[in-house]
Design a protein around this ligand. Structure first.
Ligand code: PBG
Length: 330
């Protein structure tokens, strides 16, 4: 005779109502942050070849329309990346009064007062060599780069950024930026540190989008070794001690254990960055008809929330928010 089970977990999965009742983690549009790429020029919506449905936008009606779409879907925050008109050794457009990110921040600030504006503070989009700082003797000089980051942070804050997000993995960047912001009267502007950022091949498509591939070498002297997790906990603790308001782990999908490890050791809000390569792989497979794009996206983003991310930066933000709204209406 078969022994019948007493415990039947399937009872809790029988209907949609009960599945929803016992659901442990939720994903909402307000958990999502949409990255935006801004470029010089007018009336541009230039699709990025390796990132279908992601566009470089000019700072005019093109950007306004995108911000309207983002807001109407219930997404509250955008992360801005600037593609400069010209690049130089120090990446000077990053701290130029009329740089492209500064223009975008001012426009969004005045037209969308309640949209949360996060600006990426890296140098690599702006430098002629494509590295994340000042290059001396063939490698990025940490301390010389800090001076540039301080200047750029103040410039972004002055243009209207709510949150400054340094992504260059320079030692001491959070403390330097905090001091610079406070000294310039921007004590209320927060710092979202890319505290844990790996030297990842998953950034490939982004480098086309932001035109930021390094001209020589790679970023392994400043970004982390993908084999390390204790080091991630250490990086997060250092940035917390330096005054970071929010922390980030990047990339997300191959690093969910890192999200969990950092989550368990800090009380700060933690974000995960679902990066360009993760996005492009889903888009490519979906275009082949090999996966159900919508379901895969919601599953992956839910996994990031389950791993411990409070919010997620993702190129899927708009599509995911639209899907969530549709699900809620069902
Ligand atoms: C700037 C920066 C990068 C990304 C975000 N900020 C590229 C890099 O470090 O090479 C990658 C984002 C993505 O792949 O979506 N340093």
């Amino acid at each position: 005779m078969t022994l019948l089970p007493t415990n039947r977990p399937r009872r809790r999965r029988r209907t949609g109502a009960i599945r929803q009742l016992v659901r442990e983690h939720e994903l909402a549009p307000s958990d999502l942050i949409q990255p935006l790429f801004v470029v010089h020029g007018s009336r541009l919506e230039r699709e990025i070849g390796s990132m279908p449905d992601v566009f470089q936008l000019s700072v005019d009606e093109s950007l306004d329309r995108e911000a309207d779409r983002v807001r109407s879907l219930g997404i509250q925050a955008v992360l801005l990346f600037g593609v400069p008109a010209s690049k130089d050794e120090t990446g000077s457009e990053n701290y130029a009064e009329n740089g492209i990110v500064q223009q975008a921040l001012r426009r969004l600030r005045s037209r969308h007062p309640d949209l949360l504006l996060i600006s990426d503070l890296c140098c690599c989009e702006y430098t002629s060599h494509g590295h994340c700082g000042v290059v001396r003797n063939g490698s990025v000089d940490n301390d010389a780069t800090l001076e540039i980051l301080a200047r750029a942070a103040v410039s972004h804050a002055a243009a209207g950024a709510d949150i400054i997000a340094p992504s260059g993995m320079m030692d001491g960047m959070v403390a330097t930026i905090r001091a610079a912001l406070d000294g310039a009267g921007y004590a209320d502007q927060a710092i979202l540190s890319y505290a844990v950022k790996y030297a990842s091949a998953f950034y490939g498509p982004f480098r086309e989008a932001a035109q930021s591939a390094p001209a020589f070498g790679d970023r392994r002297q400043y970004q982390m070794d993908p084999a390390n997790v204790r080091e991630a906990v250490l990086e997060a603790a250092l940035d917390e001690a330096e005054g970071a308001d929010l922390l980030m782990v990047k990339p997300a999908l191959a690093y969910l254990d890192v999200v969990r490890a950092v989550r368990e050791r800090t009380q700060l809000p933690l974000l995960a960055y679902n990066v360009s390569g993760e996005y492009s792989m889903v888009k490519a497979a979906a275009r082949q008809g090999w996966i159900d794009e919508g379901r895969v996206v919601i599953e992956a983003l839910t996994g990031m929330r389950r791993a411990g991310a409070d919010a997620i930066i993702t190129y899927h933000a708009k599509a995911a928010a639209a899907m969530l709204a549709q699900q809620a209406g069902q």
